[in-house]
Ligand binder design. Structure first.
Ligand SMILES: [Zn+2]
Length: 232
């Protein structure tokens, strides 16, 4: 557990006075409340996270034991897959697909499954690149903060929440510029997550690692897609 304001480690976030009454702890370093978000509605926390507030990220990554990252990821991957599919259809890439007015069209939406597979591959590559670079950097500079495997993966998965922003672009009319802006937001969110988890690392380093991992992942996804359709 950490103070959301200064990142100082603490033993507890609050103390019980009675069954229903708690008092939030104050940080021994900055004297502020260790984590004000404990009493906040999840919607407020989500809104602050959307504003990329460092405190909200610290609350979710350091003081919240949620293990919902995989459920969130499976939904985000579906958004990813659907966005890719819409993009491909906008560009007229798909061939030999069933007619949209077919009764079983949605039930046999194989293109969506294929795009889901590509989205999974992209995510795995993104995580692998970040893990690899952080492992190498930790060896080169052992004095810097070290992050565990689970910590890094959880940070990436949870900070990908910005992909939900792509929903309006998909359902209310596909707009490539909006999809790009969402991708930039997701990168910024990933960087903010690493800035919170390892403040001793230079922000520019986290930014370069995150952007590179996304570029490599998306390039690999395009190669797999083109390779698949070249032999279809
Ligand atoms: Zn503090």
């Amino acid at each position: 557990m950490k103070c959301i304001n200064c990142g100082t480690k603490c033993n507890s976030l609050y103390r019980h006075y009675s069954k229903d009454i708690i008092q939030l702890e104050h940080c021994i370093h900055c004297k502020e409340l260790v984590d004000k978000y404990i009493e906040f509605d999840p919607v407020i926390i989500c809104l602050d996270a959307l504003l990329l507030k460092r405190e909200a990220f610290q609350h979710v990554l350091s003081n919240n034991s949620t293990q919902a990252q995989w459920k969130l990821t499976s939904i985000l991957l579906l958004f990813d897959a659907y966005t890719k599919l819409v993009h491909q259809r906008q560009n007229g890439d798909q061939i030999n697909r069933p007619m949209p007015d077919s009764v079983l069209y949605s039930a046999f939406e194989w293109d969506l499954y294929f795009n889901y597979f590509i989205a999974v591959i992209e995510l795995v590559i993104c995580i692998c690149v970040i893990l690899m670079v952080f492992a190498i950097a930790s060896r080169i500079k052992p004095s810097l903060e070290k992050l565990g495997f689970n910590e890094i993966v959880r940070a990436i998965l949870l900070s990908n929440f910005g992909k939900v922003l792509v929903i309006p672009a998909v359902f209310w009319g596909y707009n490539e510029m909006y999809v790009w802006l969402t991708a930039i937001f997701v990168c910024a969110s990933n960087v903010q997550a690493f800035r919170v988890l390892c403040p001793s690392w230079p922000a520019i380093f986290s930014a370069v690692v995150v952007i590179s991992s996304h570029v490599i992942a998306s390039t690999t996804g395009s190669i797999i897609y083109n390779f698949h359709f070249a032999f279809k």
